[in-house]
Design a protein around this ligand. Structure first.
Ligand code: NAD
Length: 404
């Protein structure tokens, strides 16, 4: 049997990593880019990562060599004719992706399954105008693709079952864990993650506690690897805000997903996080020149300290911080709420929602386990109370109210 051939379109951050795991999975992998030098460079990065993984014992030197031998750059779309699957990882631009899909459909042939790695566009929109749109699906990898196990296989409006099954099987061959997702804004993991930053920012805005205290409570009481503010500083406040705006717009201005005015202000001031030297924390020596309420000096997480949680045990939390119960109560209630809305919309099965959050976000618990931890009744009561004080951002999902 000849080796199956897979193409990756776009050899940037994601494309290079996807090509690496595809080659490791046994596919003859063609890495195409609009810029030939970028295809070469992407293939070189993937080969270097394969060699490095072998020295770290992630796979054997033989496996790395064999995979590197299966990975070839491609400079013309015509070279991709007859591949079983083409995974697109080009820039996040609908017009560009549509053009590329049309060209790839022409070059690959009518049998090739075409998958997009988009994180914020609707796959159904990308498929418009593509011949045989039933073979267009989403394959949403997480960054870095070689380390993050999750792949969200997205069923677009017209996707047929066979191409979805092929994408699912391909993700498995690449050593990933596939889940099935509907074509809704942000798909599964990123959507279920909404409350992590948004509710933390509202807690900050309500002056329940300051930035370092909230981070510490979420880390030690919640059991998360990073607090929300250190995480946003790492991602970039501008990047995080852009994602928040995209969700908010796609949901027609949904109050629950409204971007934080605090974050809007910091981005306008150029406080973008680690990359600009300051965000919620300061990463430069000496006092903050502007002397504002932010940023706090970043002292590094208490990595050496074992987390107490995830817990809602009042005694443990009281010992951690006087506001810990309020902080985690609000955060967990909104996580439970988002999950309840997601279940009502059936964006994925409950099991796949848990898998997506654990593998795509590295949370200690999935959102349904979080719901159990706080209790649906308590979450619904807390949200109803906050809704009366603070409005529609806290409107509880009917499913949560009904599960009381
Ligand atoms: P990137 O900018 O690192 O890479 C994009 C590559 O596409 C570049 O090498 C560029 O030369 C090439 N390109 C541009 N136009 C092209 C065309 N017409 N045909 C073929 N190649 C073309 O981008 P990235 O971060 O790898 O993101 C790629 C896609 O993956 C986007 O849709 C993004 O939303 C999605 N995504 C990104 C992440 C992430 O964390 N970076 C995570 C999940 C999904």
């Amino acid at each position: 049997m000849s080796e199956e051939r897979l193409a990756v379109l776009g050899a940037g951050t994601m494309g290079s990593g996807i090509a690496q795991v595809a080659a490791l999975g046994g596919y003859r992998t063609q890495l195409y880019d609009a810029i030939p030098a970028a295809a070469e460079a992407g293939a070189e990065r993937a080969r270097a990562a394969l060699a490095k993984g072998a020295t770290r014992g992630r796979w054997s030197a033989e496996e790395a060599d064999a995979a590197a031998g299966r990975l070839v750059p491609a400079t013309e779309l015509g070279e991709l004719a007859g591949c079983v699957l083409a995974i697109e990882a080009a820039p996040e631009d609908l017009a560009l992706k549509r053009d590329l899909f049309a060209a790839a459909a022409q070059a690959c042939g009518s049998e090739t399954v075409l998958a997009s790695n988009t994180s914020s566009l609707r796959v159904s929109e990308i498929a418009v105008g593509v011949p045989h749109p039933e073979r267009v699906v989403g394959m949403h990898f997480f960054n870095p693709p070689a380390l993050m196990k999750l792949v969200e296989v997205v069923a677009a409006e017209r996707s047929a079952e066979a191409p979805l099954a092929l994408a699912t099987e391909a993700a498995r061959r690449m050593g990933r864990t596939p889940i099935r997702a509907r074509d809704t804004p942000g798909f599964v993991a990123n959507r279920l993650a909404r409350p992590f930053a948004l509710e933390s920012l509202r807690i900050l805005g309500d002056e329940v506690a300051d930035v370092p205290r909230i981070d510490r409570v979420v880390r030690l009481g919640g059991g998360f690897r990073m607090g929300p503010f250190e995480l946003i500083d790492l991602i970039g406040l501008d990047v995080n805000l852009e994602i928040a705006r995209s969700f908010h717009e796609q949901a027609g201005g949904l109050e629950r997903w409204r971007p934080s005015p605090i974050q809007e202000r910091l981005v306008a001031e150029g406080r973008l996080g680690r990359k600009s030297g300051a965000g919620y924390y300061s990463y430069v020596e000496g006092p903050d020149a502007e002397g504002g309420a932010f940023p706090f000096e970043y002292e590094g997480a208490e990595r050496d300290r074992e987390p107490l949680g995830p817990t809602m045990d009042p005694a443990l939390l009281a010992e951690l911080d006087p506001a810990a119960e309020q902080i985690l109560g609000r955060l967990f209630a909104q996580i439970a709420n988002e999950a309840a809305f997601a279940r009502e919309e059936a964006i994925a099965s409950p099991e796949d929602m848990e898998t997506a959050v654990r593998l795509g976000l590295n949370w200690p618990l999935g959102p349904l386990a979080v719901t159990e931890l706080i209790g649906a009744a308590r979450a619904a009561e807390l949200l109803s109370e906050l809704e009366r004080e603070r409005g529609a951002a806290y409107s509880p999902a009917p499913l949560l109210l009904n599960s009381r």
